[in-house]
Design a binder for this molecule. Sequence first.
Ligand code: S3P
Length: 179
Amino acid sequence: MKIALIGMPAIGKTSIGRKLARHCDYPFIDLDQRLTQDLGCSIPEYFERMGEAAFRDAEARLLAQLAQQPGDCVLATGGGVVLRPENRAILTAHYHVIYLTAKPEALLRRVRNDQTRPLLKVADPLAKLQELYAQRHPLYEATADVQVAADCVAMRSVLKTIETDLCTLGVELKDIDQA
Ligand code: S3P
């Protein structure tokens, strides 16, 4: 099975995805990390040099490529992946999509002084998070098979909730404490 994690920036898609992949014994793919390799520079640098639209093009191309690859995986996406309808269509067609939910206020703590997220390098990050949330929450909801609250909850219990869902789908998991 292909599993994708979607949700707002800084909700923990990469760290939860990496652990989940170990528990499922699936390869882990981080879309942003792969993009950084492909683009040959960091995401903030790419935004600055080429602009957001060029980044979205590269993101959409890579997502389409990955969906065609055979085999199981856990994919951590970038927070803006749901913006393009073609990306949403790929995710729903090829992946079991898990939306890690969080309110902007809960994310604010995690993104303070964050230099790695170009969209949040602004004077008022809370206002920006609220704006992104208002735009994206309906898109995340429409794309997801399942929603898991990931703010104000320990990573361990987020993983447990995800794994309970995956068990009902027949995914075999290693013991949570051993992986
Ligand atoms: C983006 C989120 C980032 C990264 C890029 C754009 C966004 O990923 O893809 O900076 O539009 O929200 P994270 O969700 O891991 O921060």
